[in-house]
Write a protein that binds this ligand. Structure first.
Ligand SMILES: Nc1ncnc2c1ncn2[C@@H]1O[C@H](COP(=O)(O)OP(=O)(O)OP(=O)(O)O)[C@@H](O)[C@H]1O
Ligand SMILES: [Mg+2]
Length: 280
């Protein structure tokens, strides 16, 4: 990879039109621009350094997954830019895709095929050799505590958490450069969550991977992330190391007395109040 930053996001914006599109059925409405109601990403800028784990925390609907989808070239932004190792996600998607791996919050698989068959298929799509894929898949799944029997069962017979493990394994099949992990541990039991977390740390350490991680688990954000961005209504309302964010809300207390849950509640709560003031 080149020397550019793994991820540079500048004034990025994405909105979705609201409600049904009546212009399709009522010709006279076609001349009017469609109403924009939902603005999941609203002027977002940040940069991730090489080898960094950068967390994004924020309420349901605050725009985290939309951001990950834009960065993965699955959605086009309306404004601003995002560059992955210097490549523009809109203009150079072909160069961006090989540099990223993604775990989505709602992974899709061939449900009647087993985990191993799915991983073999996706591994081939990623350009890997079949012989290497199987052993690597079993190795990762074993680390994530999915047994060989479960790995050979049709995916539809697996629980949601077990399927999530297969999604994590899929993202780590290839040598990751920039990982986009959208809630990789949601739905996992505490032990499996720990396994995935330690796996993420190992990959960062051994492969010098750069990781963008969204999570609702504040302990996870605290444990894994070098820096965290707090999202609220599509905007970053605070950004910094976990200690920096703790100090922001600590007041007269020593920052180490503040836990990340409080940081989250305070920072997202405050931003909502500020939003209400600015809208009045
Ligand atoms: N394809 C779409 N069409 C219209 N609106 C959408 C679409 N995708 C997302 N939205 C809206 O954008 C907003 C942000 O959604 P997004 O999925 O990015 O949130 P999130 O932060 O990932 O939430 P969660 O924590 O629940 O995963 C929501 O209001 C959602 O309704
Ligand atoms: Mg989401």
């Amino acid at each position: 990879m080149n020397d550019s930053a793994p991820l540079q996001v500048e004034s990025l914006a994405k909105s979705f039109p609201s409600g049904p599109d009546w212009r399709k059925v009522v010709p006279i409405l076609r001349k009017r621009p469609r109403k924009v109601k939902v603005r999941p990403i609203d002027n977002v800028s940040f940069e991730i350094k090489r080898g960094e784990i950068y967390g994004i925390i924020g309420a349901n609907g605050s725009g985290k997954s939309t951001l990950v989808r834009v960065l993965s070239t699955l959605l086009l932004p309306d404004d601003g830019s995002a560059r992955i190792f210097g490549f523009d996600v809109v203009k150079e998607p072909g160069k961006v895709r090989p540099a990223i791996n993604r775990v989505s919050a709602d992974p899709s698989f061939f449900r009647s095929m087993s985990a191993i068959e799915n991983l073999t298929f996706f591994g081939r799509v990623y350009g890997l050799k079949t012989s290497g894929i199987k052993s690597r898949s079993y190795e990762i799944l074993e680390r994530l505590m999915l047994t060989r029997e479960q790995a050979r069962d049709p995916m539809q017979n697996l629980s949601r958490g077990q399927q999530q493990k297969v999604a994590v394994a899929r993202a780590f099949l290839t040598s990751p450069v920039l990982m986009l992990l959208d809630e990789p541990t949601t739905g996992l039991d505490p032990r499996s969550r720990r396994e995935v977390q330690s796996f993420i740390q190992t990959v960062r350490r051994d492969h010098d991977a750069t990781i963008l991680l969204t999570t609702h688990d504040m302990q996870e954000a605290d444990l894994l992330c070098d820096r965290i961005a707090v999202f609220s209504e599509g905007r970053i309302v605070a950004e910094g190391t976990p200690d920096y964010l703790r100090a922001m809300v600590a007041g007269d207390r020593p920052p180490e007395d503040v836990d990340m849950e409080e940081v989250y509640l305070e920072l997202t709560g405050r931003s909502i109040e500020e939003d209400e003031e600015t809208h009045d």
